[in-house]
Design a protein around this ligand. Sequence first.
Ligand SMILES: [Zn+2]
Length: 144
Amino acid sequence: MNRTLKIAREFHWEMGHRLPFHTSGCANIHGHSYKLWVELEGVCDANGMMMDYGDMKKLIMPIVDEFDHCFLCDASDDTMLPFLKTTGFKYKVVPFNTTAENLVFHFLDRLWDVFDPFDQVSGLRLRLQETDISYAEAERVRKG
Ligand SMILES: [Zn+2]
């Protein structure tokens, strides 16, 4: 019997950012200890396993490593981008405001591409925590 279940693993990284449009604190350069819960929905194989947590880690860590200890910069941030280009600091440019909401959709698109080839996985839910008291969540489910 192919019962559906969910498995999840947590990932962490440190990252700086700012929100240029923000009218108070978040416009300043600051950082967060980000926490991303990656939850897979699907079915198990004959061994009672949907996916090895170690394999999940191997698939996801290259993406996490792109962001770890970088400054995440909105491409339209004309204050930070020229500065970052003159330093050797790690930074990454994205075409959106670096809100938790936009970030969780960014990771959802990237990780959907990663897990789409696995037939046993039928859904992906991400919970991105910027702080201990706030998160943004998004999910995608395989059609048909
Ligand atoms: Zn922030």
